[in-house]
Design a protein. Structure first.
Length: 218
């Protein structure tokens, strides 16, 4: 195709599914705010993804019994970032008889900061969880964790599960050390717990050129 000069451009914002404008200046941008995706038009009519503003990583963990509370490191980071979604999906439930007081938290080697809990301050109960069940964080003011078993079909709207499952928040790393996103739960040493969970994190870098988050699954 011909090389087009980018001069004065226009910027648009809308839903991912909205019809993008045509006949606009070459190089104009369109931000799909519900999908966190930025588009650019190369000819004033057709649009291509310009930059994925969010990154999706996940890690698989097996939850077993032990000395309570049991904390499992999920993701490590050394710089700041904005979290968009954090949730777990049960992929195998060999023994789900005893798993309760479960919640996400941050750990910098000294300090623990809770990310999810329930209104009673004891975490959610995953005992009896089934394959395909989902749990994670939401935006409700009194209950900031949700859990739904796959024992029937369900639809969770934004008022229940939060916008994109998570009310977006900022996470700051303690400087000079490795920080962790963890999952903490209780299970008696003789329970025989054996759960396989895929933990997913969708996040956005804040200052990658100077202080990258260095976020990786562990």
């Amino acid at each position: 195709m011909a090389v087009n000069r980018i001069a004065n451009i226009e910027r648009f914002v809308g839903l991912y599914a909205d019809t993008k404008p045509t006949g606009v200046p070459v190089g104009s941008r369109y931000y799909a705010y519900d999908a966190y995706v930025d588009y650019i038009t190369y000819d004033g009519t057709n649009w291509e993804i310009f930059q994925e503003l969010t990154t999706h990583i996940y890690v698989s963990k097996t939850l077993v019994q032990g000395t309570e509370p049991i904390s499992v490191n999920l993701f490590s980071f050394t710089g700041p970032f904005r979290v968009h979604r954090l949730y777990g999906v049960c992929v195998e439930a060999t023994d789900a008889s005893d798993c309760d007081d479960a919640f996400f938290n941050l750990y910098d080697g000294t300090n623990v900061v809770d990310l999810s809990d329930d209104q009673a301050g004891s975490g959610i109960t995953l005992s009896g969880i089934t394959v395909g069940s989902v749990f994670g964080l939401n935006a409700a003011p009194t209950v900031d964790a949700f859990y739904q078993k796959s024992d029937q079909c369900r639809y969770l709207d934004a008022t229940y599960a939060g916008s994109e499952i998570w009310q977006r928040g900022l996470i700051i790393a303690k400087a000079g050390v490795t920080n962790y996103i963890r999952f903490t739960y209780d299970s008696a040493t003789d329970s025989g717990l054996d759960l396989d969970i895929d933990f997913h994190l969708v996040y956005e870098e804040l200052c990658p050129e100077a202080i990258p988050s260095a976020l990786v699954a562990v």
